[in-house]
Design a protein around this ligand. Structure first.
Ligand code: HEC
Ligand code: HEC
Length: 444
């Protein structure tokens, strides 16, 4: 039951909106729905009613309805400033949920997808360097045997040798993603990730490479541009700033060109930041990684990525995804909570203290040092084949929290406790997310 509710709570982004059949406050007209509340107290009645849907999971499915209601009733809300303030989180959260489901806003920004892609400070951020457009390079990447792939890499090596510029040459690594297929027909998990420094900014260009000859050739080329200094003054930015784009390789009569995935994919991308909450993600390859050949390159790539761990995403509204997972600044979970959330994993009482100490994620994943982990990070369907980044880090990689030795059942308990603490228990208004949405210390 707990799990079912957690999934219901978490699956907001995936659900269809269900408009409440009736409203108990005001008269309803067919075109406009319930009339707008006219005072703080009417707003509170409305808010309590909407929030109470959380208990049976329906509330989450109504987030877009709530956002649309806020938009419609903007003037009424401005006339009740205390209500406006006390529903700031609810407004930001539901607005964000509405946007990512709105046509032309599939990236989840206030800007349309087209406008977002055009908003990068210079088109160069999203332009691939000539070396990556060379036909011999692209054709060699399309061949399946290792020798041809080596040819493509040799082109990159030669480019590095010939280049005597002030900045470091490009670097690359080939790996297989643990669980991410390319967003194209190939569903490839093999990647060639290339980092190209350009002085004030750098590009991470990720080519999907098909895993088997039986699969279609991968089209996907994902791009993250990270600006680290001002383009005119070259002074460092306070925090690196990140821009996302996806390209598609198009193959026409022997030629390979790059097109916009947005255009090729019927005007839809997906919200990159649902996973890229730390905007440039560390690479932790699947089993079978060729560490003899690429071990060094992987360490080098991850060092460059770690140097960008405090980056922020351009245009991303701050805090609209909910509070940071396992934020314990106002108190840690108590004994009763720990016993309850850890029960299913079968750990003994001697483990509970260790599990609670390991619920320290927000010490680093706090929006300052790194991006926060939020609702999607404990969502059972964050990743296309199921699971989520927290499960991956805690249960599969066993890399988080860093330097902490936990048994398998303790890791199961850690995951369950993190998820329960965030999303709450069935029938209780207890989860961190719910309390944040309710802003229960704000009176109106
Ligand atoms: C479902 C989760 C998810 C979504 C959505 C997603 N990514 Fe990623 N992305 C990852 C993960 C995880 C990695 C790390 C490599 C791996 O494990 O596959 C990654 C790696 C990358 C990389 C290599 C650099 C790095 O951060 O490691 C690029 C470039 C990239 N993604 C671009 C994008 C763009 C652009 C979008 C949106 C159009 C996007 N991604 C959407 C999960 C996601
Ligand atoms: C001491 C700081 C620290 C703590 C505490 C910590 N992490 Fe991390 N986390 C990192 C660093 C650094 C990385 C990137 C390097 C790596 O993967 O080892 C990372 C990477 C991750 C990633 C990959 C996606 C991303 O945001 O980069 C996940 C998911 C993650 N941690 C989850 C957790 C969870 C869950 C906890 C708590 C149980 C936790 N971490 C506690 C420092 C920390």
């Amino acid at each position: 039951m707990l799990l079912v509710l957690s999934i219901a709570l978490a699956s907001l982004a995936l659900d269809q909106p269900r408009i409440p059949k009736s409203s108990n406050t005001e008269t309803t007209t067919k075109e406009t729905g319930p009339a707008c509340p006219a005072s703080n107290s009417q707003w509170r009645t409305w808010r309590d009613q909407e929030l109470s849907r959380l208990a049976d999971g329906r509330y989450e499915a109504n987030a877009r309805y709530i956002a649309a209601f806020f938009t419609k009733c903007r003037p009424a809300l401005k006339a009740a400033p205390q209500a406006d303030r006390c529903m700031a989180n609810l407004q930001a959260f539901t607005r964000h949920r509405l946007l990512e489901k709105t046509p032309d806003h599939s990236l989840g920004f206030e800007l349309t997808d087209e406008a977002y892609l055009a908003s990068a400070p210079t088109p160069a951020f999203f332009t691939l360097p000539d070396i990556l457009r060379r036909q011999d390079f692209l054709r060699a990447l399309d061949r399946d045997d290792g020798k041809e792939r080596q040819k493509a890499l040799a082109i990159l090596d030669r480019y590095n040798q010939e280049r005597n510029g002030p900045s470091a040459p490009l670097s690359y690594v080939i790996f297989r993603s643990q669980d991410l297929p390319t967003p194209d027909e190939s569903l490839a998990r093999t990647r060639l990730l290339i980092r190209i420094p350009h002085g004030d900014y750098q590009q991470f260009v990720q080519f999907g490479l098909r895993d088997h000859r039986r699969q279609p050739l991968a089209q996907s080329v994902s791009l993250i541009a990270v600006q680290t200094s001002d383009l005119d003054t070259h002074l460092p930015l306070p925090r690196p700033k990140v821009y996302f784009n996806d390209l598609f390789r198009l193959r026409h009569s022997g030629n390979i060109t790059f097109g916009s995935r947005l255009r090729e994919n019927k005007g839809r991308l997906e919200r990159c930041t649902s996973c890229h909450q730390t905007p440039v993600l560390p690479i932790s390859p699947d089993e079978g990684f060729d560490s003899a050949r690429f071990g060094h390159a992987l360490a080098d790539m991850n060092a460059h990525i770690e140097a960008l761990q405090d980056a922020v995403v351009a245009e991303e509204p701050a805090g609209a995804d909910g509070p940071a997972l396992a934020d314990h600044r106002t108190g840690s979970p108590d004994e009763t909570f720990m016993q309850h959330c850890a029960a299913a994993s079968g750990v003994g009482p001697e483990s509970l203290g260790r599990v609670r100490d390991a619920m320290n994620c927000a010490e680093c994943h706090n929006g300052q040092n790194r991006g926060t982990l939020t609702r999607m990070s404990v969502h059972e369907k964050q990743l296309p084949f199921g699971g989520n980044m927290v499960k991956r880090a805690v249960l599969s990689d066993r890399s988080m929290p860093p330097g902490v030795a936990l048994s398998d059942p303790e890791r199961e308990a850690l995951y369950a406790c993190l998820q329960t603490e965030y999303l709450g228990n069935a029938g209780e208004h207890s989860g961190q997310l719910w309390r944040w949405l309710a802003q229960d210390d704000c009176r109106f």
